[in-house]
Design a protein around this ligand. Structure first.
Ligand code: HEC
Length: 148
């Protein structure tokens, strides 16, 4: 048991050291580095309210009512290990659940920016786009936990 606890502590230390180091090495590549602008997230918030809030809730906490339940879009480790392209494609092709693909591409991009902001990923000077290559290059990592 002691060994197990020790193992976990070491693993945690590694994460604490390795994550910032990796972020510093790669100029772009994760959501930690400011991959959308504040304006995009502000616009995304409005679209989210119109098209997503009814199922995923105003605080992105999701709804938990049986068959009609929608998962939370803001949570510890949200989509961790995935990349922005996977998430963007999922949203664009399947959401809103009752009218998939019904929004414009830029509305989807703005909503993605808003979801990023709500998950604690920082804004930056660079605009998020729907470019597949750019999106594939944005890995989703845990950011909120490392904030004070
Ligand atoms: C009519 C209800 C409804 C609306 C409106 C809706 N969703 Fe969903 N959403 C769901 C349900 C139910 C699921 C779970 C089933 C699935 O993944 O397809 C889901 C799943 C998702 C997922 C996957 C989450 C995960 O953890 O796998 C994302 C991302 C998402 N929705 C984003 C959005 C966005 C962005 C909008 C607005 C453009 C939206 N949804 C509008 C019901 C809805």
């Amino acid at each position: 048991m002691r060994r197990a606890v020790h193992g976990w502590a070491s693993a945690l230390c590694l994460i604490v050291i390795a994550v910032p180091a990796a972020a510093a090495l790669r100029q772009s590549g994760t959501v930690a580095e400011g991959v959308y602008t504040r304006e995009q997230a502000d616009r995304g918030r409005k679209s989210y309210t119109l098209y997503c809030e009814s199922c995923h809730a105003a605080d992105l906490g999701g709804t938990n009512s049986g068959d009609s339940g929608a998962p939370p879009l803001r949570r510890e480790g949200f989509m961790e290990g995935s990349h922005a392209f996977g998430l963007f494609t999922k949203i664009r092709e399947t959401m809103p659940l009752d009218a998939p693909g019904s929004l414009s591409t830029s509305e989807y991009v703005d909503i993605l920016a808003y979801i990023f902001r709500e998950n604690g990923f920082p804004a930056g000077p660079k605009r998020l786009t729907s470019d597949a290559e750019q999106l594939r290059n944005i890995r989703i990592v845990r950011v909120a936990a490392s904030r004070p």
